[in-house]
Structures are given as C-alpha cells and as structure tokens.
Write a protein that binds this ligand. Structure first.
Ligand SMILES: [Zn+2]
Length: 561
C-alpha cells in the first residue's frame, strides 16, 4: 500500500526541476520511463525499452537512448530497472463501487469452517453495535467441510440485535438471520418472486435464511441506503485498490446510483481510473429517450450501455441449463427475473439496439447462453448490420455449436479467468464431465472469432489482472487438483491473456483509438510488473507484483522491489 504520497516523494527525489524536453512534434514531455521491457500491444512496434509521456498522453516510444534525449535535466525520469511495462490493465467486469464497501466491511471469504463463519459474523455485530446491519461477506460454502449452505440458526444466537444479510461471493444468494427475515416479512407463506427462491427446510417448512436471486430483494429492500459521503469513501477505497493492482480502467456493472458517485469524483478531479458504467437494461427507455448512444461521456467516465441478466450462477445452482444439475437432478437452474414477463428481454434488446446502446448481458448456463444468442441474432436480423460490439458477460458453459455462433455474431466474450481456478474446484460435481469440457472455453471462443475481454468480476474474485492472467494461462485450480490445468486445451497464451486485459478491453468499450496499447497519442495509462510474465513459466505469474501504476500520465502507485 505505497500510495500517492510516497510516489510523490519519490518523484521529488528523482528531481522535479524546471525546464522540459520536447518531442520532435513539439509536445512537452513531463515523464520519461527508461530501461524497461515494454510490451506495446502495437503490431508496428511490439517491443521497446522506454516511453515518454506528457499531458496525460504517450508522446514517444523507443529505446532508452532515444527517450533519454527527450529528458534533459528537469524531467521526471524513472529507471524501470528491467521491469516489464504494459498498457494499464482494463478490467472488463467489476462491481466497483460495491467492491469499496466490501473492502470496508466483513470478509467471510476466508471462513473455511462453520465455526469461523459464525465467529466472524459475531465479531462484526459486536463491532457495529445493536441495530446496525451486517452486510456483504462474500462467503463460499463450497469451502466448508462438508460443503453445506449456512442457515439462520447458525448465527441467530450471536446476532439477536443485528439484522444480517451476507451474500455468497457470486452475489446470487444471501443468508439472512431471523432479525432480517422479520424486518422483510419473509415467512414460510411468503410468495416466491419469479426468478428467485426462498429456501425452506424440508423437515419444518420454515425458511432457512437462504434467499436466491430475485428473492434476495425482499431483504435488500430493508437495508438502509448508505449516505453519499459513505459512497464516495467506498469508491475511493476501490480506486486505491485498483491502482495497487495496476488497473487503470474498469467496466462497472452497476446501477444508476453508482454513476453519480463517480461523476462527483470526476468533477473533483479524483477519479484515478477510467470508469465505464453499464446501466441496468430496465433503464433502456430513459436512455433511448435522451438519445444517449454508446459510449456517452468523456475519457474518464462514460455511460457504456446496458447490462441485463438471463440467468443466475453455477454456485447457487441458478445458472440455466438444458439438462439438470448432476448433483441435483430436480433442477436445471432458473431464468433471471429480468426474463419475465416473457418477451420483455427481447423487446428491451431490440429497443436498446435500435437506440445505438451497447448490450452487456449476463449468461452462465448453456441454455441461457443459447437463448441470448437467439435474441442477439433476432436483433441483428431486425435492425441490420452495424458495429455493435455486443457482449456476453461470463459466457461460462457453452454447447459446442454455440461457441461457433459467438464468432459469427462477432461477440465479445466478457469472461473472468479467475473463476476457472476457483469454481473449477467443484464445477464438475454440478455439471458432470461432459459439460465440463466446454466450460470456460476461452481458447475455443478465441479461435471461433469471439473477442476475449478479461475481467475479475470483483468482488466475486480478486481485482488482480495478474491472477487473472495466471488463471487463464495455467487453469490450475486453487485446490491443486489439476497441476496441468483443468480442461487444459482451453488455456490461452500469456500474450493473448495480456491482450484480453488491455487491447480487447479497450475495443469492448469502443476506445481502441484512445487506450489499450503503448503508442504515441494514446492515454498514458501504464503498469510495471516486477517480472516478465511473458517469458517466466506461467506457474510463476501468480507471484508477479505491480511495481508502478501510471494513470493519465501521473504515477499513482509505486512499490519498490
Ligand atoms: Zn458480475
């Protein structure tokens, strides 16, 4: 956590005096990085040693000797000491504002036993004091021995005076305690909303406290809204976290409420990552009426387009499949509430597309993906050919024939490689070996002509492109069960993985002429790593550290080796 203050001190130590160099075009240079291994992403000059920056843009790329000429005394000169320099990472799928709240709240991700889960919730309730909600958590019951869903009875005794609403890390299930269920009026008799589930104890018929997908809203509706100051505070925590991870752009899968938070930070000049916000598809009419077209905004903050959902998640058994779950033959998953009433998603997709709004739609199960591809095909047939850059968020489980359709439609597969090594531990027990073969099929999608845009899905997974690249290139599950990689044919090369976090992320937001590569004229968003992940064995990538993050031409984060 060496932040802006430290970086600023370092720059001063390096010599910030008057005078300035100029490029041949006459642009003022204000920062020069030398002695690096620069991977540019630019086919015309794939590799370089040094970069000159000025006015927030990359001004020149070349050898250390060439760039030194642009830095007479007075210019900030950073010796990269052989570090790898990449375009700043673009995380194409985050819950960025929510992540800030998670950074500041209870962490159940590490609760590996029921006892630890209960103890952490008890401690948080004590810390907060009576009446305050215990929220977030990101628990994962697959870690428990044996894996079992938590129940309200586990925590009621330690939280008599605090409503508790803690989510599974995929965000598709919550555990509510009795106090929260009471506030929400949820009982055994509560009607189940479409696209949701209130889990009932088979013996007693009483709610267990687990609510899935749209049913979660029954409890969320009772959670008091944080103040605007708390939101600003959370967003800044997210921005610091992004800088530490080398992330200079994020795609925020958000609600309209988070937009105003980033807008305020942008207005104050404190937005230290470029934020590209997808608004819920239910807002299509508002945006269409305003004639907002994708992307709308400025280089710091944009309304990207619309985000929708076809289904739930694998971990919550709400991802929608053709065939039943292997471990629960009674269910094939659930369509999301946004798919009801029937036909509404099709109307919204058509309307969004007519209005020139980009779509980013969540589909995890094979049937959900198939349905979404049908809808995209219909919209293309109805509205004619155009450069749309439609996205499928997650694109997790695909029938082989549908992989080809991704290519034909020119889709962006907005996928999150860390899920492969995390969910890969248990995914096969849920879907069986046959479906596992075309699960997270990154390489097949790429070969079929889809563009891979990598992201974290933070807070579902860590906001670390380094870990994402490691996951995509090794597919080594976290339990060590697949040292050669789980479904190893679907590994991608390190260079493709880097591209999916830079060049392709820019393309996914129609910003390829502005960022995503290290070329003169592009945004000076850069990240330095302590090792050359392009040449070390892929197993060693996970240990790579971000040593410097440059955003908009300024050093945001710097960590000495
Ligand atoms: Zn997500």
């Amino acid at each position: 956590m060496k932040l802006i203050g430290r970086a600023a001190a370092l720059i001063l130590a390096l010599g910030l005096v008057t005078g300035c160099g100029r490029t041949r075009e006459g642009n003022m240079v204000d920062l020069v990085l030398v002695n690096g291994k620069v991977w540019t992403g630019d086919a015309a000059r794939p590799r370089a040693e040094a970069v000159a920056v000025g006015g927030g843009r990359i001004l020149a790329v070349g050898t250390t000797a060439e760039m030194r000429k642009l830095s007479p005394s007075g210019i900030k000169l950073v010796d990269l000491g052989g570090a790898l320099l990449l375009p700043g990472f673009i995380d194409s799928h985050t819950h960025f504002l929510a992540g800030g709240f998670a950074l500041k709240s209870i962490d159940l991700r590490k609760a590996k036993t029921r006892q630890e889960f209960v103890a952490r919730i008890a401690a948080k309730a004590r810390e907060l004091g009576p009446g305050r909600w215990v929220l977030n958590g990101d628990w994962d019951h697959q870690q428990f021995e044996p894996p079992e869903l938590p129940r309200k009875e586990w925590i009621d005794a330690v939280t008599p005076a605090n409503p508790v609403c803690v989510n599974r890390l995929d965000g598709h299930m919550i555990l509510a305690n009795s106090a929260a269920l009471k506030l929400a009026g949820v009982t055994r008799a509560t009607p189940v909303p479409p696209g949701g589930e209130i889990v009932l104890d088979p013996a007693t018929g009483e709610p267990t406290g687990i609510l899935k997908d749209t049913a979660m809203d029954l409890v969320y509706a009772q959670v008091p809204e944080p103040s605007f100051a708390e939101k600003l505070d959370a967003a800044q925590a997210s921005l610091r976290h992004a800088a530490e991870n080398g992330v200079t752009s994020v795609h925020e899968m958000a609600d309209a409420a988070s937009f105003e938070v980033f807008e305020e930070l942008a207005r104050q000049g404190r937005l230290t990552a470029r934020v590209h916000v997808y608004i819920p598809i239910s807002e299509v009419e508002t945006l269409a009426r305003l004639k907002v077209k994708s992307p709308f905004g400025n280089p710091y903050l944009k309304i990207a387009g619309l985000k929708g959902f076809v289904d739930g998640s694998l971990g919550s058994a709400t991802a929608y499949f053709f065939d039943p779950y292997a471990d629960d033959p009674k269910t094939s998953g659930l369509l999301h509430g946004q798919m009801f009433p029937e036909g509404v998603m099709e109307r919204r997709i058509l309307a969004a597309d007519r209005a020139g709004l980009q779509l980013a739609i969540h589909a995890i199960g094979d049937r959900a993906n198939s349905l979404l591809l049908d809808l995209y095909e219909k919209a293309e047939a109805a509205n004619g050919p155009r450069d749309r850059r439609w996205r499928v968020e997650h694109a997790q489980h695909l029938r082989p024939a549908d992989i080809e359709r991704f290519g034909k439609l020119g889709l962006i597969a907005a996928v999150q490689p860390y899920h492969v090594i995390d969910d890969g531990r248990w995914a096969e027990t849920k879907i069986g070996p046959e479906r596992a073969r075309t699960t997270y099929p990154f390489e097949s999608l790429r070969r079929a002509g889809a563009r891979l845009a990598f992201g974290s899905d933070w807070t579902v997974a860590p906001l670390s492109p380094v870990l994402g690249i490691y996951a995509a290139t090794t597919r080594r599950t976290l339990d060590g069960a697949h040292p050669g990689g789980w479904v190893p044919e679907e590994k991608v090369s390190v260079e493709e993985a880097v591209r999916a976090y830079t060049v392709n992320g820019a393309w996914a937001e129609f910003a390829e002429s502005f960022k995503g590569t290290i070329e003169p004229g592009k945004a000076a968003d850069l990240v330095a790593l302590d090792r050359d992940i392009l040449t070390v064995p892929p197993e060693d990538i996970a240990g790579a550290k971000v040593t410097m993050t440059v955003f908009d031409g300024k050093i945001l984060h710097r960590k000495d080796r």
